[in-house]
Design a protein around this ligand. Structure first.
Ligand SMILES: [Fe+2]
Length: 454
């Protein structure tokens, strides 16, 4: 059969990527023991059952309903599974397991939606239908693929908080590579970044896919500064805890102090007391995805923005701004900029801990091939990096007409930009312009940080 004229190679590639992304999210649900799907591992988020329906409902509402104008197979589910939650006012959801449909009902809904969407995409008129809706089919498919891949990461955060005995470790998940536990701290070096320009965002006229918050390209002049050659490690953070960092009120903003006091927070979320103070790192253990292990001192510490900021204050240092982070990651001594810290070639396994390579971090020194031109390591993967920059639009920002709240709902001064990526971030979202954001008190993200001196 002749290929319809309007189908492009990238369209077929996008369909292939959609299949891969579906396989990725399906594999996450397959990790759950049967009784775990109605659990709510993070109190601020929906129960896991929501996400089983949400991924398909999102694709349906975007493509099936709004683009192709197809009749719904279940309007109630389309609405029930439409949106996740991100409460900033401290209110927690109160729904009960019995408020949700059965797994079988949702799976039947999902199968029907996939079949209907795929058939509509195969129709020769699909591209024209999308263009009539005002957005290219390539953009809509990229949105569907990346939305699903983002959930593949945030679902991992949820599954991480689920008790280990409620999960089945996949055969491929070797026990975590602990790395050589460093008896002393070797990571406290700072790289000097000379004054120069950082390019943030992406030019709309390049025609490449990016989310609304990635546009337009803009430049920032960045005075010289020093930045941690490596992200702050568990070993370094043990010193902060040992020195009473969580109790020293002067290190915390009034809001952060109220938060740690009211929640009784005295250590990173992923740490647990082993009961054996004689063991490495003051007796702390790391709660991994599938196993609890002695705290790996040379892994990056995973903490909230508030905890990272208190640590930086304790060191008389700062978190980097988004522009400083860009300059350290992509700047070069010749003033040209790279697409990735290591150069212009795309991501590969030796450059960093990303693209679903592992369930847990690695040592900050494990991927030396990922070093930036200014000698900064471990920038992409192994945990997002907090910046001090509140999430806000770039000049020339225009919300996606088909998803106006995607970014704009979070331009509230209560979310901070994160850069880089984690072990569960898909390779496509390691692009230079990609921005992530979270609230300063949200502890469940795979997020690390490094500090700067100006
Ligand atoms: Fe979503």
């Amino acid at each position: 059969m002749a290929t319809p004229k309007l189908m492009t190679e990238s369209f077929y590639r996008l369909q292939e990527r959609m299949e891969q992304a579906r396989a990725q999210t399906d594999s996450l649900f397959a990790l759950l023991r049967s009784d775990a799907i109605y659990e709510r591992p993070i109190p601020e988020r929906h129960r896991l059952i929501f996400y089983l329906g949400h991924l398909e409902a999102f694709d349906w509402n975007l493509l099936g309903r709004d683009t192709f104008g197809l009749a719904s197979v279940h309007p109630g589910f389309d609405k029930l599974f439409a949106f996740g939650i991100d409460p900033v006012d401290g209110q927690l959801p109160i729904d009960q397991p019995e408020d949700w449909p059965t797994v079988e009902e949702i799976q039947a809904y999902n199968a029907k939606l996939r079949e209907t969407i795929d058939a509509a995409l195969r129709a020769p008129s699909s591209k024209l239908a999308a263009e009539a809706s005002g957005t290219s089919l390539d953009t809509l498919l990229n949105v569907a693929v990346e939305h699903r891949l983002m959930h593949a990461e945030t679902l991992a955060y949820l599954l991480h908080q689920l008790a280990i005995d409620k999960k089945v470790a996949p055969r491929t998940s070797a026990s975590p590579a602990i790395g050589a536990a460093s008896p002393r701290n070797d990571f406290q070096r700072m790289a000097t970044i000379p004054e120069g320009e950082a390019t943030l965002g992406m030019r709309r006229d390049r025609g490449e896919f990016g989310w609304d918050n990635e546009f337009e390209e803009n430049k920032a002049h960045v005075p010289a500064f020093h930045i941690g050659t490596y992200p702050v490690t568990n070993g370094e953070f043990v010193e902060f805890v040992r020195a009473g960092g969580y109790e020293d009120k002067s290190l915390w903003s009034a809001e952060a102090r109220e938060w740690i006091t009211s929640k009784g927070i005295s250590h990173p979320l992923f740490w647990e007391r082993s009961g054996n103070d004689a063991c490495n790192g003051d007796g702390w253990e790391y709660r991994g995805m599938f196993a609890q292990i002695p705290l790996p001192l040379d892994w990056p510490v995973c903490v909230s923005h508030a905890e990272a900021s208190a640590y930086a204050r304790w060191k008389n240092q700062l978190l980097p701004t988004e522009a400083q982070w860009h300059r350290a990651a992509y700047g070069t001594p010749t003033e040209s900029e790279c697409l990735y810290p290591w150069g212009d070639v795309g991501p590969s396994a030796e450059r960093g801990n990303f693209d679903f390579a592992r369930w847990d971090p690695t040592a900050v020194t494990a991927h030396r091939a990922g070093v930036s031109a200014f000698g900064v390591h471990d920038l992409l993967g192994n945990g997002w990096e907090w910046t001090s920059t509140p999430f806000a639009p770039f000049p020339g920002f225009k919300p996606f007409p088909f998803y106006p709240g995607y970014s704009a709902n979070f331009f509230d001064g209560k979310h901070f930009v994160m850069k880089g990526g984690s072990q569960r971030t898909a390779a496509c979202m390691l692009r230079h312009s990609f921005r992530n954001w979270f609230q300063p008190h949200y502890r469940y993200v795979y997020a690390k940080f490094r500090t700067v001196e100006e």
